[in-house]
Every structure is written in C-alpha cells, then in structure tokens.
Design a protein around this ligand. Structure first.
Ligand code: MN
Length: 712
C-alpha cells in the first residue's frame, strides 16, 4: 500500500508546493475511518481510495481532487458525515464527497425508469463539477482492475455498465487512455472467448513483427533528424477491443484488418507537425482517404493530432499520428490536462470538451420525462458517434446512423434546406446512405430545393428533423400564398380595379386577417373568395350578375391582359398536381381546378373528368404553361396501345419508348381477344411534341395496330 509520504511526493512531482497538510489529513482521516474494513479480495479497504487517488495523480490533478478521492467512500461506508467532512476539509470538498456518495448509491443497471433517473443524477452531478466525474471514473477504473474477486454474474453486469456508460463518458471528455483501459477490462468480462482470440492474434503478430516495428521507428526518427526535425517516435498496437469492434462492424476476420500497427510521432512545434507530414508523404505513398487533420479542427473533446496512413517500407500499411507534446498531453489526459484548479476558480473552464458536455447535459436535463431523457441521452451522448468531414476538412460529429442530410443540417440549416444530393468520398451516392466514420461528405445544393417531407423519417438528428418539418411547412405555405397572389391579381384585373399589396394591407381589418400573407394563403387554399377581397378593398364595387368565369376579360389600364396563372411542374412555387386520369403536358390546352386545401389540379381542357366539377361548385382557375427547355422537367401522360399478342411485344414497346427518352411510370396490360393485347402506359415526357413523337414511333411498328392518348 502506498505510504502517506509517497502520495505527497507524487503530487509534488507536478505541483509546486502542494498543500501537504490537506493531503496528509485526508490520508489519515480516510485510513482511520475505513479501519479494519476489507475488500472482496481480502485487501484492506483503504487500499481502494488510495489507489483511486494514485490514478488521479497520474492525471496530475490538484490536491483537492486527490483529497476527495481519498474520502470518496467514507460517508457511504463508514460513520463519517457530511458535516464532519465540511468541518475538517471545507464545504467544497464536503460537497464533492457527498456527490460521489449519491452516485455510489446508483445502481445503473436496474429497470428502465430507475436507470433513467439515476443516469440523470449522475450527469447533473458531473455538470456541477467535472472533478466528480474524474474521481468517479478513477473509482470505476480501480474497481474494474480488481473485479476478479466478484461473482461472475456480478462481474459481467458491472462490466456491461462500464462499457455502456463510463467508457463513452471518458471518451467524451477526451481521456482516451482511461477509455481504452475501461473498454479493455470490460471486454474481458463481457466476451471472454472473443477477448482471448483477439489477444492471441495480436501477440502472434507482435512477435512476428517485432524487429520490423523497431526498424520503422528508428528509421523514421533518423530520417526526420536528417531533415532537421527533432521527433520522438513510438510504435503502438491497436487495443484488443478496438480491433474486435472493427472486425464486428465491418464483418472482417483478423487477417483482413489493416493498420493493426500505428506509430506516434511527437515533435516540438506546430510547424514541425506539418513539416513531418510533408516529409512522410514524400518518403512513402499515402493511402488516399485516410488523412485527417485534427490540429486545425480539433475533435469535440479537444483532441488534436494529424492522422495519416502510408504504405511502409515492407509494403504494409502504417498508421501515423503526428502531434506536439502539448497535444499529446491533452490526448492522454483529456479534461484533466486543463487541471489548474486554483482557489475559487471554476475548474476546467478553458476546456471546450467540458463546455460541450455541460451544455449537452443541461439541454438533456431540461425536460422532466425520465424515459425521454434516457432515450435522448442514449442517442446523443452514449451511442458511438461517426465523425465525418467536409471537403475542406471540417469535422462534423454525428450520431451513428446519420445520413448526408444530417451532415448538411449539422453544417448549416441553409445547406440542409438546399441539399439535393451528395458525394461520399468523391462518389455520387444517395443522400439516405448511412455515414461511416471518416467519410468525406460533399453536399450538392440547389437554391430551388425544398427538403422533401419524407426525409423527416430518414434522418437521425433532431436538428435535421425539426428543420425539415419547418422548411416543408414553410414551402407549402409559400406555395399557397403565391397561388393566392396570382388569383387575386387576376380577379382584380377582371374587375378592372388596381391591385397592390399596400391596398390589401389597408383592408386587413375588413377581411378579419392579421397579415397580407394570411389573406393570400387563404385565397390560395380556396378558403376565401377573391370577390370578398375586392369588396373589402373597394367597398362600392358591385359585381354584375354574370358569374365571374363567364365575364369577358377586359384589358387592364396598362393595356395588358390580366395574366393567367403560370404553371410549371410539381416542384414549382405553386401547389400543383396533374390529373390522375391521364396527366397533362406542356402544349396541351389546360384548365385548373382549385380544391380546398389541395392546390390546383391541372387537366387538359378536353378531359371528360372536368364535367364532374361543374356540379360540385369547384373553383375553376385560368392557367397557362410556363415551362422552358432548361427546366428539364417531365410531365405525366397516358397512352393506350393495341398490339399483337405475342412474345416480345411488350419488350419492343418498352424499348421504343425508352429509346425516345420516354420515362415509363406505370403499365398495365389486358388481352382483348386472343390476338390482341391492350396496354395502358403512363409515361413522363418533356411536352406535347415529345409525346407526339413517341406515339408516331410506336405507330410505325408493324405489331402496333393503334396508339391513342388518354386524357381522362
Ligand atoms: Mn469507491
């Protein structure tokens, strides 16, 4: 067991003039309180808080934290009280020890509801003072190191909890070594066979490549020295659990894994990091797509380093991490590297990892539904994240299962809202592809885009989901108000009255609406009549007996005919649909039917379906095509074909349509008599002349007896 003076010496190793009195007092107090207590292993109980304190000295923590570590089990396991600790050590230490006591009473692997509440308390305690977490993690680490004395089922339960909660938390605050060790120890108990297998493989490999790794290290160090860069090179082998996780997630066996080996190059300055990188890339071929610059863009947990993979001297892949001494310290100690807890100073304030963690916790703690809280926590904090890159190398951390759409929204709402496609690692891929760690994501955008509502169910982040909901709601709203404006312009022109939004503004009270936009939207939705608006603006206006639609359109004051509503495709600024009974294409004479809450449906004017609307009092609107070649938008049409009923007929029809750029959407066939087959085909075309050309081509085939267009 570590002696009192040894502990003080350790602290004095990194703090000038440490508060020895505090350390000594805490040592003696805890030792006396725990007295004859024994651990499951038979060791004196006091060895446990002492080891926890030792772990924290490895992390170079301040005297207060070390004292808290020594005292952390006294309230729970001895007759010590909060008041007594306050009196002896001050209120701040008392508060921290009490926080840890509460945490100790948590049994995180319990029924869901209680688990949620416990987890919440843990997180709140952490957000109160990060040192609680540092002590708790060290406490857990020591318990894991000495877990063997427990019953096997208990071991497995504690290991699972460690793997699911404490290891990710350690990672979250940048304490990579601590995380590695927690994972490694848990892995051993959770999956002993796999653990043994991986360890076996790794040892075999280490044996085989022993001289090689030494050679590479020395070689690198010497070559860098020749180039004038002072560097410390060390080799490291991947940890068993990270090897196992990689095998699991990629479905690989051990032999298929590359970069089991890595080298760490520690240099003196930031410039040397990049000089080393340049040197390494000149010397050996780099493996594309593996370069990551966490120096210019640190990870959320403050980690900084350059990562690259090269093809080494013996043709094997070698992963390199390049960083300065200072960055190395952060990489090893995470938040603890910022440990300068002077009296009265907020701890670790300069650590952005702590800030992020704290903010996340505060957000999570706002709601008061524990189930929901647990769900969020699991999603946002504990599930493994994927780290992806923008083409400029910016890192975006996303929850596992995230898509390029989530990525786009994480970068900026506007980028998400205008996203129409993406490139993953330089290749065009569907925007719903699940992102993998290290993917480089380039978002393809169009200002005309509105995010499809269906994306809502595809995305993995709350930010993307709510933004999509808002954007599609706004887009629909905008479509209706645009339609409303068009309808009003035309109605006013017909009535031969000037129209402007200022005039509307002045009449809002008479229309009982809050804003011009409300009026336009209601008109667009057909929830208000254009005539009422004219009456509101011009109270003395009297429409003559004739129905609006039958009244001849007069020319406006400027001599122009009032505009008909311009129709583009379904992705335009108006809520437009096309007849379900055969569509309509540019070139057709068309009529629009305004249906309450549904926008306009476009019919060719010869469509027989139109007759049914006469009786239902539907609202007819004058429309015209507003389509240009460059829009590259297709429109739906339906044709009926009578062909010889023999093998190959269908294929030939499909081929003719395809060669002439028709896009078949739907096809149904029925045999009319034995020799003839009738097909109905829905095709998307550019316009009437395109459709006519396809019909002509079909007609020219000997097997085709008749082709006609169906307009419903
Ligand atoms: Mn403990």
């Amino acid at each position: 067991m570590m002696r009192q003076y040894e502990l003080v010496e350790r602290v004095a190793g990194y703090i000038d003039n440490p508060n020895e009195a505090l350390l000594n007092q805490a040592y003696v107090y805890a030792m006396q309180k725990h007295g004859e207590q024994k651990r499951a292993s038979g060791d004196p109980y006091f060895s446990h808080p002492l080891e926890v304190a030792a772990i924290l000295t490895d992390l170079h923590l301040d005297e207060e934290t070390i004292a808290v570590a020594l005292l952390h089990d006294t309230i729970e396991d001895t007759d010590a009280t909060r008041r007594e600790i306050d009196d002896l050590f001050g209120e701040r230490i008392g508060h921290l020890v009490e926080g840890l006591t509460k945490l100790k009473r948590l049994d995180l692997v319990t029924p869901e509801a209680k688990q949620a509440e416990n987890l919440r308390r843990l997180l709140l305690a952490i957000s109160d003072d990060i040192r609680v977490l540092l002590v708790k993690l060290s406490d857990r680490l020591h318990n894991m190191r000495t877990l063997g004395a427990m019953r096997p089922d208990k071991c497995k339960r504690i290991a699972t909890e460690t793997m699911e909660i404490y290891a990710p938390l350690a990672g979250r605050i940048g304490m990579q070594d601590l995380r590695d060790e927690l994972e490694e120890l848990s892995f051993r108990y959770i999956n002993p066979e796999a653990h043994q297998t991986v360890i076996g493989h790794l040892q075999e490999l280490a044996e085989k490549n022993k001289s090689l790794t030494i050679e590479i290290s020395e070689n690198l160090e010497k070559k860098l020295a020749d180039a004038g860069i002072k560097a410390r090179v060390s080799s490291r082998q991947k940890k068993p659990y990270s090897v196992f996780r990689k095998m699991e997630s990629k479905g690989l066996n051990f032999g298929q894994l590359s970069d089991i080996y890595g080298f760490r190059i520690i240099v003196e300055s930031l410039e040397d990091c990049y000089r080393t990188l340049g040197f390494v890339h000149m010397e050996w071929a780099m493996v594309p797509g593996r370069f990551k610059d966490y120096i210019s863009v640190p990870k959320q947990n403050d980690y900084q380093s350059i990562h690259t993979t090269v093809v080494g001297p013996a043709r094997q892949r070698v992963e390199l991490q390049i960083r300065t001494e200072k960055m190395h310290k952060v990489a090893e100690f995470g938040i603890a590297a910022h440990a300068s807890y002077k009296d009265g100073e907020e701890p670790a304030l300069q650590s952005s990892a702590y800030q992020t963690l704290r903010e996340t916790i505060e957000q999570l703690a706002e709601g008061d539904n524990p189930e929901e809280f647990l769900e969020h926590t699991k999603l946002e904090l504990f599930l493994d994240q994927v780290f992806c890159f923008s083409p400029k190398g910016r890192i975006i951390a996303l929850p596992k299962g995230a898509t390029p759409i989530d990525f786009a929204y994480a970068v900026h709402t506007d980028i998400g809202n205008t996203c129409i496609g993406c490139k993953l690692n330089g290749k065009i891929m569907p925007v719903v592809t699940e992102l993998q760690n290290g993917d480089e994501v380039e978002i393809i955008r169009s200002d005309k885009q509105t995010p499809p509502a269906a994306w809502e169910s595809v995305v993995a982040t709350g930010k993307a989901r709510s933004s999509i909901r808002r954007a599609s709601k706004q887009a629909v709203q905008k479509q209706y108000s645009t339609l409303g404006a068009r309808i009003l312009e035309r109605a006013f022109a017909k009535a031969d009255k000037p129209y402007s939004s200022e005039l509307l503004e002045a009449s809002l009270s008479r229309l009982a609406r809050q804003s011009v936009n409300d009026v336009l939207t209601d008109i667009g939705r057909n929830e208000m009549l254009a005539e009422n608006v004219i009456l509101a603006v011009y109270p003395d206006y009297s429409p003559d007996g004739e129905g609006e639609e039958n009244k001849p359109v007069k020319k406006g004051k400027d001599g122009k005919k009032p505009t008909r509503i311009p129709i583009r495709g379904i992705n335009s600024d108006l809520p437009v649909k096309f007849s379900k009974e055969g569509g309509a294409v540019p070139g057709d004479n068309i009529v629009g039917i305004l249906v309450r809450g549904e926008g306009i449906t476009i019919y060719p004017s010869e469509s027989k379906t139109l007759a049914q609307f006469k009786d239902e009092g539907a609202h007819l609107v004058d429309v015209r095509w507003d389509v240009s070649e460059k829009d590259k938008e297709r429109f739906p049409a339906r044709i009926k074909i009578l062909v010889d009923n023999k093998p190959g007929s269908l294929a030939m029809i499909a081929e003719v349509i395809a060669t002439h750029e028709g896009d078949i959407q739907n096809l149904s066939t029925k045999v009319v008599v034995d020799d003839f087959m009738e097909m109905e085909i829905d095709i998307d075309v550019w316009g009437l002349s395109h459709l006519t050309k396809i019909i002509k081509q079909l007609n020219s085939k000997p097997i085709v007896s008749k082709v006609e267009r169906i307009t419903g």
